[in-house]
Design a protein around this ligand. Sequence first.
Ligand code: SAH
Length: 353
Amino acid sequence: MTLKKELIARIKANGPISIADFMTEALLHPTKGYYTSHNPFGSQGDFVTAPEISQMFGEIIGLSLAQSWLDQGAPSSFVLAELGPGRGTLMSDILRATHSIKGFNQAARLFLVEASASLKNIQKTILSRFNPTWISKIDDLPQAPLWLVANEFFDALPIQQFERSNDGWKERHIGLIEGSLCFGVSLANSRLDLAHRLEDTKEGDIVEICTAAKNIINYVGNQITSKGGCALIFDYGDWRSQGDTLQAIQNHKHVNPLDEPGAADLTAHVDFEALAQSSTPAAHTRITPQGIYLERLGITARANQLAGRLSGAALVSHIAAHKRLTHSEEMGTIFKVLGIFPPNSKLPPGLTK
Ligand code: SAH
């Protein structure tokens, strides 16, 4: 039975499901979920991420994490963690760049938080010499200083959507019309956690909440405050959630999220304000557009250095990759970086308060 038929049968039996439940099934169903049954990356896949575009992305992040480690006294043992490592490319580029930072790779214990068994296998082939430990949830990390990175992880976590009405917030859910999946809304409720959204929304507007993201960041913020470390979070989104941002991508094209659950990637923009607030008692930086962050940390100098060794098609694609990562009409502006660090410590390089 397809996942769509399974979901229709479940809704028929038990009533509508939340968007968060739908996303969880569509992305992580043990056999029919998108991440569990696909390799989504690259030109043959559904989307291309920054580390897959150029090694420069991971190199810069690696040196930035290492500088933050040096700034905090270079602890002799720490956890280096990545949330949702995909094909392992970002971590592999990070560790190649940090190889030249005395003591960093020796002090690092590598932990990868990954839900997909098939992606774990791909990560094994590229990262096994660094002896990683795979865990499925953040609270399985050991108690130690924590340097953490996540690229396009938080956009994959399940969200809830709420529509403002004259008597409260109506949660959007997924039900059935004539046997087909469709969006609907529940009865209105008051929600204390959405009180701050009364100031920037009107009736009919939609806001999004990602409880899973808040819980993860809350754990990371506490760990970094008590043990030291820093987290760098890269994703598309903005300071506040901006309407209905649920989208489905298949073969590099937008499709209807309800068409074929499990076959398309489902994402939502990240609400960085919610992440920043959940990181207390840790301190957080301002969100910075990815292009500005990479330029501040010298991507153009690195691009020129690499260009010196290239010619022909390889040079053309290297120049295009630099532009794609930094240009405001490509990934430079829509993608943002948020840093989380211990209060009273130096900020992670390239970021401001
Ligand atoms: N960071 C990688 C991959 C981004 S895709 C890159 O930049 O290329 C999202 C990644 O998060 C995948 O590895 C996916 O399997 C993983 N993932 C998605 N939801 C998850 C969850 N709830 N728990 C752990 N990993 C998850």
